[in-house]
Design a protein around this ligand. Structure first.
Ligand SMILES: *Cc1c(COP(=O)(O)O)cnc(C)c1O
Length: 411
């Protein structure tokens, strides 16, 4: 199956067994009764398939998880109440005191915050400017257990050479390669096929598409071999073979820490993701057209978009991404005042700190998402005072370009 067919048909059967409904219904219930005590015991002992309590499993949530696993070509997926809950749960599942993480400096702000919080538990994070074998080689130690990075950095819009880093880490051994695929989505990159061990998604963004539910997902390739000397936290779970991590996430992490996805939100995601392929196709092509149009406009100092020849990551993006360069671009307006002025004049782009909506969104990163980040870190991330970030939507291109033209022209 190709992507759009997969989005509708792979590991999906709606409610065939019961009613024939074309979408899995919203099982808006906390717990599931069983006809017999033996039956419920079998579920708790993993001797029988079934549901007991929504924190651990719910049919609407399972339907979404299976579709995510199919889309990312993973062996299993576990959904959480947010993207941050997914990343937190992963760290708590596999890491122990004394372990080290290596991450790229440009990762999502919440992720950097989480890694700083882990320091209190004796887990240290080292950052690299760019996730390349050369730079990783300088910070990886025998205590490194996880490399965490994003495929398209935000707002720097650098693109990861996923296969190259994967090859390097496989040679090193015992380092889990985790890739946050939120911005590229599985439509542009099948992260696990290209060599990531785990794909992370904030499904609050493109997967959902309409910004109507917060959620996160971890998808496991099943390829990582858990050496229990390096990963003592996986000792009791190794017996599940390739399913070790998904089993632990569900039966231990969701069970004990409880950041489960609500059935209603799982339903909204399942609904949204059916059009992911169409939306990405449209949003990527709109982003490329808008980037080219902005490059031509007077009053714009620079445009950054991986689809432009001028992007330092254009070559890598053309190799790693499939069918588009993502739907986020940035532009420099010269001064902070000009950046604010343009944001205030735009009629369609909503001024908001989000990405991945069907609507075009615009934000001034330095005064919002980066308001509390030190100046040198901002500079490193390419967040200047005159920068605006645009998450391009599905509007008609003519209208979007005209809107940006009038906003840039206005004094
Ligand atoms: C939004 C985002 C997150 C966090 O996800 P939430 O669902 O908001 O918790 C993580 N990574 C990336 C790349 C994001 O854009």
């Amino acid at each position: 199956m190709k992507t759009n067919t997969r989005l509708l048909h792979d590991r999906f059967d709606g409610d065939k067994k019961n009613t024939g409904a074309t979408l899995t219904p919203i099982y808006q219930t906390s717990a599931f009764g069983n006809a017999t005590a033996e039956g419920l015991e079998a579920i708790f002992r993993n001797k029988a398939a079934g549901y007991a309590y929504t924190r651990i499993g719910n049919p609407t949530v399972s339907a979404f998880e299976q579709r995510m696993a199919a889309l990312e070509h993973g062996i299993g997926a576990v959904a959480f109440s947010s993207g941050m809950a997914a990343i937190t749960s992963l760290c708590l599942a596999i890491l122990s005191t004394g372990d080290e993480i290596v991450a790229s400096a440009g990762v999502f702000g919440g992720t950097i915050g989480l890694f700083a919080d882990l320091q209190a538990f004796g887990i240290t994070t080292h950052y690299v400017d760019a996730c390349t074998p050369e730079q990783l080689e300088r910070v990886i130690t025998e205590k490194t257990r996880m490399v965490f990075t994003e495929i398209i950095g935000n707002p720097r819009l650098d693109v990861l050479d996923l296969p190259e880093v994967s090859r390097y880490l496989k040679e090193k051994g015992n380092i889990l390669f985790v890739v946050d695929n939120t911005l590229a989505t599985p439509v542009l990159v099948q992260a696990l096929e290209q060599g990531a061990d785990i794909a992370v998604h904030s499904s609050s963004k493109y997967i959902n598409g309409s910004s109507n539910a917060i959620s996160g997902v971890l998808v496991d390739s099943g390829n990582f071999r858990w050496d229990t000397e390096a990963f003592p936290a996986m000792q009791d779970w190794k017996k599940f073979g390739p399913y070790a991590l998904t089993a632990k996430l569900r039966q231990k992490v969701l069970m004990d820490m409880g950041a489960c996805l609500a059935p209603m939100n799982a339903f909204l995601n399942s609904l949204g993701m059916e059009t992911l392929g169409l939306r990405m196709e449209r949003q990527c092509s709109n982003a490329l057209s808008l980037a080219k149009a902005l490059e031509q406009m007077d009053g714009i100092a620079a445009v950054n978009y991986p689809g432009l020849d001028s992007s330092p990551w254009h070559e890598t993006a053309s190799r790693v991404l499939n069918g588009g360069y993502g739907a986020i671009l940035t532009a420099r307006l010269g001064t902070r005042e000009r950046a604010f002025q343009v944001i205030n004049k735009l009629r369609y782009a909503v001024n908001i700190t989000n990405v991945g909506d069907v609507r075009t969104l615009v934000v001034h990163p330095r005064s919002t998402i980066y308001a509390h980040i030190p100046a040198d870190a901002c500079e490193h991330a390419g967040v200047t005072e005159d920068l605006i970030r645009v998450s391009v939507g599905i509007e008609d291109m003519e209208d979007l370009i005209e809107d940006f033209e009038q906003a840039v022209r206005a004094k």
